[in-house]
Design a protein around this ligand. Structure first.
Ligand code: MRU
Length: 367
């Protein structure tokens, strides 16, 4: 999607040096647009863990490139042993988004029959890039299916914008291009359907206020940032036509793990009969899990994400400051699980299905 009028993906291979993977540093947005180089598996691990790159589909693809970078930095005697260790190391960078483990495991299966380091490097680079392209296609397909939902609502609104509420950043920054929750919005907007997005700020890291709003502004999509607590009030007053969120892990039964606070939005939507959709590629579905609340590992992050906030001072300097008293303890759960009964439907690359085992199975019979 667009950054200052130029098209970008969130991750790409350096055009002159295939041993370097380039990514957008999402920690700096919206204040600075910076690109950083990943040259090793430890660079990759750190980038995922410190959220230079973030969002379920993007960390999956970054993990796949991390396997490649691990091989590039190995030698003929050690690469096989390093490969297995590196896979476990990269998977441990973040626990909730299943994409990371799934894509790394997929990569390992492609490398099983390799007979030399050179072959393993070539195959892993090819596979990581294939996974990247696949995510783009899947996001775009999610966009097409989700756009139909927005278009149907628009027909009853006499030209008034369709109001979509979203949480966190399930935009192109969280993926490679298009996004998951935002893909239907971009598709509808490009089709000339009037849309307006309510952007939850998404404390503590403010991915909505910092990233989703920035993306939408770059594309020219009308939007408004709201505090996380505002969604219920807006729904009670008919100001939200539908909610679309992303997912970091969806069970085979349709329970949806997403950024902390998603569940409360789903409850408010349920109470107000506002349709609540989760948009996700199959790389975010964990077919081994049935009970999201009890089985999905929920990441707990550094307390500083809650106790401090970062912003731009009047002179343009970026500063971080403490916003609470230093004596109070903090809890920082990164994700919550919305049980399937509160999810109207899932928007996937294969179509829209009800959040229940039978309908998910129909879309993905091979799984
Ligand atoms: O902690 P983050 O910023 O990686 O969390 C991201 C989200 O929760 C997204 O909504 C999620 O990955 C959906 S994917 C496009």
């Amino acid at each position: 999607m667009q950054v200052n009028g130029k098209n970008y993906h969130t991750i790409w291979v350096h055009p002159d040096n295939s041993k370097i993977i380039k990514v957008i540093d999402q920690r700096k947005l919206p204040f600075e647009f910076q690109i950083v180089d990943l040259k090793s598996s430890s660079d990759t691990f750190k980038a995922i863990q410190n959220m230079t790159v973030r969002g379920a589909p993007l960390i999956g693809v970054t993990g796949a490139y991390g396997i490649y970078l691990g091989l590039v930095n190995s030698d003929e005697n050690t690469w096989r042993k390093n490969l297995t260790q590196n896979a476990e190391y990269l998977k441990s960078a973040r626990p909730t988004a299943v994409n990371l483990a799934l894509l790394i495991d997929e990569m390992l299966t492609k490398l099983v029959n390799c007979i030399s380091l050179e072959q393993a490097c070539n195959i892993s680079l090819h596979e990581a890039t294939r996974m990247k392209e696949r995510e783009i296609k899947w996001s775009e397909a999610i966009g097409e299916y989700g756009c139909e939902l927005i278009e149907a609502i628009s027909k009853n609104k006499n030209g008034a914008p369709v109001n979509i509420l979203t949480h966190c950043n399930a935009g192109w920054l969280a993926c490679i291009d298009w996004g998951t929750a935002t893909a239907p919005v971009y598709k509808a907007f490009h089709k000339g359907i009037p849309v307006h997005v309510w952007v939850d700020e998404t404390r503590p890291r403010n991915q909505g206020a910092r990233l989703t709003a920035w993306e939408l502004a770059q594309e020219g999509v009308p939007h408004t940032i709201i505090p996380d607590n505002a969604g219920g009030h807006l729904m009670q007053h008919g100001l939200v036509d539908l909610c679309i969120v992303g997912s970091d892990r969806t069970t085979s039964t349709g329970d949806v793990a997403n950024k902390i606070g998603t569940y409360l939005k789903a409850l408010a939507a349920f109470d107000n009969r506002v349709p609540f959709y989760a948009a996700l590629p199959s790389s975010s579905i964990d077919f081994t899990m049935k009970d999201g609340v009890n089985e999905i590992p929920i990441e707990q992050r550094d307390s500083e994400e809650v106790s401090h906030m970062e912003g731009e001072l009047a002179g343009g300097q970026i500063a971080k400051m403490r916003i609470i008293n230093p004596l109070s303890p903090v809890a920082n759960y990164g994700f919550d699980v919305t049980p399937a009964r509160f999810v109207t439907a899932l928007i996937t690359e294969r179509g829209i299905c009800k959040a229940n085992p039978a309908d998910i199975q129909k879309l993905f019979p091979e799984r």
